[in-house]
Design a protein around this ligand. Sequence first.
Ligand code: SAM
Length: 229
Amino acid sequence: MVNGEFMSRDLLSEINRDHFRERLSKYTRKAFQMLPELDRPRILDVGCGSGVPTLLLAKLSKGEVIGIDIDQTLLDELNRKIEEEGLANSVTTKKCSLFEMDFPDESFDIIWAEGSIWIIGFEKGLKEWRRLLKPNGFLVVHDEIKTVSNKLKKIPSCGYKLINHFSLPEGAHWTEYYRPLEIRIKELFMKYKNNSEALKILKKYQNEIDMVKRNPEEHSSAFYIMQKS
Ligand SMILES: C[S@@+](CC[C@H](N)C(=O)[O-])C[C@H]1O[C@@H](n2cnc3c(N)ncnc32)[C@H](O)[C@@H]1O
């Protein structure tokens, strides 16, 4: 390895977290199929990360997707995949915080947020993002399962009607994502056992895995499919 930066980039592509994230794509697909058919919708993906749902949404919708995130490294990875998959005409990225989305009112047919609304809070997110939706536009949120019933109650007062919602099977994040990822991390611990830089990065991943492993049922999540009313 030439230097720390190269090492970390190289190792991240060896871990290939997206490969494991794709195992949860069936739930993104299920949520999308709960929406009515829309003609080439304009979609905002809030907190898109390296874009596993972003790219899937572009393919499913045949529309235009804009992914926003604050992490440029993740956006660089998404931009690389956009090029690789020939999706430059339908997917674009923008580095911006979900607290500072300065798109004009009524810009989007769909706002999609997987794993990001907790950053602003469910209720605040619903209220603040509403202006960005076209009349009768849709908001799809994938969020931790805690307090589902409270969240369901808040939806009408935030200016939406609930179209549908579903929970991922209990332990799905563990069995479908973190457990296979852990196997990969363990292989890399062996491979890099004499490389302290690599071990530091791998340890960070292992800590996250251990947190979920201790309480897999606490890491369940649910999708909420809502329409602006
Ligand atoms: C759990 S990840 C979800 C990534 C992607 N949506 C997915 O489902 O694979 C949460 C994402 O939110 C992003 N994020 C964190 N704070 C943010 C902010 N203030 N504005 C926009 N994105 C943010 C992180 O960089 C990360 O990519």
